[in-house]
Ligand binder design. Structure first.
Ligand SMILES: [Zn+2]
Ligand SMILES: [Zn+2]
Length: 288
């Protein structure tokens, strides 16, 4: 991410959220604002989990072109950087997981002691955004650079970021008038973006520190129930590192995976195909 994007991605959600807390302490919030937050959190969250992660990064399924572009556009509204940059960083994480070269490991280079653990968690959660250079597009995302429409969505990132605030405003304006428009911009735009950022970042930090390991992956990825519930299923991170291309991260009956359910639904509707399902041989491989 370049510096301008970093300031935009972190500054707008943070400043807007602080203002929102002060504003709503005085005014309170109603169903329009709450429904706006839930709606945009879910749809834009799926842009990240289903789109940026399981589709563009790992190609766990093939989406029809309009759906793929929709997911790229919606994920670009998450204030987590443009699609190809996001994919490049995440592919680098998978190549060097918890070793030198991993952009956001809580274990490298911090090892041992409570201070080392805390510093590592902070780095993996948010610090890396300021200290790590962006990952090379030509090394990690050459395939995506060949798609001109995706490159266009990448280059128009500021438009999608603006839309990410404009659509919640429109939602509130239509349902309740100008005052609710502003309230929804704050609550469904800025607060939603800040909450989503911390949920996604929790996969990088807590998802490599706390939880259980079903599979021997040779690194520190963990399955974490709380993170999974906050991230539409992305917290079953040890499963994911064991089978990165699998479109489903929850592999046991209690491992609820909302994004995986959406993949199943889209497959039934014929909107996605070539879905990578977990096979029994895959599931039995490398168990601890
Ligand atoms: Zn990971
Ligand atoms: Zn991944």
């Amino acid at each position: 991410m370049n510096n301008r994007c970093t300031v935009l991605n972190l500054g707008i959600p943070m400043v807007g959220s602080i203002y929102a807390v002060l504003h709503f302490t005085e005014r309170g919030i109603g169903w329009i604002e709450v429904s706006c937050l839930i709606l945009f959190f879910t749809v834009i969250g799926l842009g990240i989990t289903l789109g940026f992660h399981r589709y563009f990064t790992h190609q766990g399924f093939h989406a029809i072109t309009p759906l793929g572009l929709f997911l790229a556009a919606v994920g670009s509204m998450a204030f987590q950087g443009p699609v190809i940059g996001w994919v490049a960083d995440h592919r680098r994480h998978h190549r060097y997981t918890d070793q030198d070269g991993d952009p956001h490991s809580p274990h490298v280079p911090w090892r041992g002691g409570w201070f080392g653990r805390l510093a590592g968690l902070l780095h993996a959660h948010v610090g890396w955004i300021f200290t790590e250079p962006g990952s090379s597009y030509s090394v990690y995302a050459q395939d995506l650079l060949k798609d001109p429409t995706l490159v266009l969505i990448e280059r128009t990132y500021l438009f999608w970021a603006g839309l990410s605030l404009g659509l919640p405003w429109l939602y509130g304006y239509v349902l309740g008038g100008p005052e609710h428009g502003l309230d929804c911009l704050l609550f469904g735009g800025c607060v939603r973006a800040a909450l989503m950022q911390h949920c996604t970042w929790s996969v990088n930090s807590f998802g490599h520190a706390y939880g259980y390991q079903t599979y021997k992956t040779g690194e520190q990825s963990r399955n974490n129930f709380v993170v999974a519930m906050l991230t539409l299923g992305e917290g079953w991170h040890n499963n994911h590192h064991a089978f990165p291309r699998c479109a489903f991260h929850g592999l046991k009956s209690h491992e609820y995976d909302v994004t995986g359910l959406i993949v199943r639904g889209l497959e039934r509707l014929g909107l996605v195909s070539d879905v990578i399902h977990p096979t029994q041989a895959l599931l039995d491989r490398g168990r601890r």
